[in-house]
Ligand binder design. Structure first.
Ligand SMILES: Cc1ncc(COP(=O)(O)O)c(C=O)c1O
Length: 392
């Protein structure tokens, strides 16, 4: 498939890129959105063209104008040379790991990684003969590198516990040891962090979250450097995964308004985080943009903004109090995922951590702050605290 990247928008700032990148209206009769192309077969004009694959599109799986518009928008925002789309955020983690690891290789992964990433490493990768080990996000990775370390996998902030790490330092050490660096960048979005500028080779997104933004699409992306892209793309095609056209369209539609939504998610989350810091039942608030958070300096040095997901530690409490709190909430839904318009809350399971264990001073509640009014969300959280008080 041709990877005819439009450079028109790539020097612009993030909001402009989100509004314009990936598709030029003149490409399709002036319509401001690309067509949704449903396709398996693409016809060739003659056998020579077919043999040389000498046309932009050759088969549905290999891409359509719709998927390409989203890929190119993400390339512009991530500063990458090529992006692949896959059917979920989790697939955006497993496809690159499969692309770059094989029997005898070592994967070094941050311990505060998204749970299903670890499950894939423990189940499928180890079964194929890949060694996997985990490091604490505050560790210098040099001491964890092995002669056969081929991939270092980062996620910042950490899933559910929100630890920050020094991305550029980790990338430099990984490269010095001959390893490639992948990073799950879902929390920050390319609006607030661009991993490739910090030495990361492959930037991963669950587009399901803020880019799609409406809790109705599942999609993932991997954006790569020029060096890493060909092997990534080859693995995607070998595995036979791409995005469905309607999902790609919906996500591009979401991307256009993502900056405004994320700004609101982030501001409301920060306002609630400050308020929760003063609450008697909250021992700590796990939010990298709070000056009290241990990784705050790393956050400020690297990220240009925060989004809507953070945690609170209910001081001295356990499962009973967490259940009372969650069951009393009315606006905050009890459900997986985040990045949609609606607020959500849950008690994460951290039982599979090996070195970055969860808090010992209480239990975590993870909050996804939606687009509702902050005062209504405060009132709802007060219902949760009141339910805990009734237990006593
Ligand atoms: C940090 C992170 N990465 C990846 C994913 C996976 O995304 P998806 O739900 O689209 O598979 C999630 C989902 O919650 C996530 O929180």
């Amino acid at each position: 498939m041709s990877n005819n990247h439009r450079s028109k928008a790539s020097n612009h700032r993030p909001n402009t890129l989100a509004a314009h990148a990936g598709y030029a209206p003149r490409d399709y009769h002036g319509f401001v959105n690309p067509p949704v192309v449903h396709a398996s077969t693409v016809l060739f004009p003659d056998t020579q063209t077919m043999k040389k694959a000498a046309q932009p599109y050759t088969y549905g799986l290999r891409g359509t104008p719709t998927t390409q518009a989203l890929e190119q928008a993400l390339d512009a925002m991530e500063g990458s040379a090529g992006t692949i789309l896959v059917p979920s955020g989790l697939a955006a983690i497993t496809v690159p790991l499969l692309a770059f690891l094989g029997a005898g290789d070592h994967l070094l992964c941050v311990d505060s990684v998204y749970g299903p990433t670890r499950r894939f490493c423990q189940q499928m990768l180890q079964r194929t003969g890949v060694e996997v080990s985990y490091f604490h996000p505050s560790d210098d990775i040099e001491s964890h590198m092995r002669p056969n370390t081929r991939v270092v996998f980062l996620e910042a902030p950490g899933s559910n516990t929100f630890e920050m790490l020094d991305v550029a330092a980790a990338a430099q050490k990984a490269h010095a040891g001959g390893a490639l660096v992948m990073m799950d960048n879902t929390w920050a979005t390319p609006l607030y962090f661009r991993p490739l500028q910090h030495g990361v080779d492959l930037s991963i997104h669950a587009l399901t979250k803020y880019p799609a933004g409406h809790s109705d699409v599942m999609l993932g992306s991997v954006s790569a450097t020029a060096q890493a892209y060909p092997r990534l793309r080859e693995a995607q095609m070998a595995l036979g995964v791409n995005a469905a056209p309607d999902d790609a369209y919906q996500t591009l539609r979401g991307l256009r308004t993502m900056p405004t939504r994320v700004e609101r998610h982030g501001a409301s989350a920060l306002a609630l985080a400050h308020w929760l810091e003063g609450h008697a039942m909250v021992a700590r608030v796990l939010h990298p943009a709070l000056p009290s958070f241990p990784g705050h300096d790393l956050y400020r040095r690297q990220f240009s903004g925060s989004t809507g997901l953070f945690g609170i530690v209910l001081g001295g409490m356990g499962d009973t109090e967490a259940a009372a709190f969650l069951d009393a909430l009315e606006l905050f839904g009890l459900g997986y995922s985040w990045g949609g318009f609606e607020s959500l809350a849950l008690q994460p399971d951290l039982s599979d951590r090996t070195v970055a264990h969860g808090p010992t001073d209480g239990t975590i509640i993870r909050l996804q702050i939606g687009l509702e009014d902050v005062e209504d969300l405060k009132d709802d959280l007060e219902k949760g605290f009141a339910a805990i008080a009734r237990l006593r």
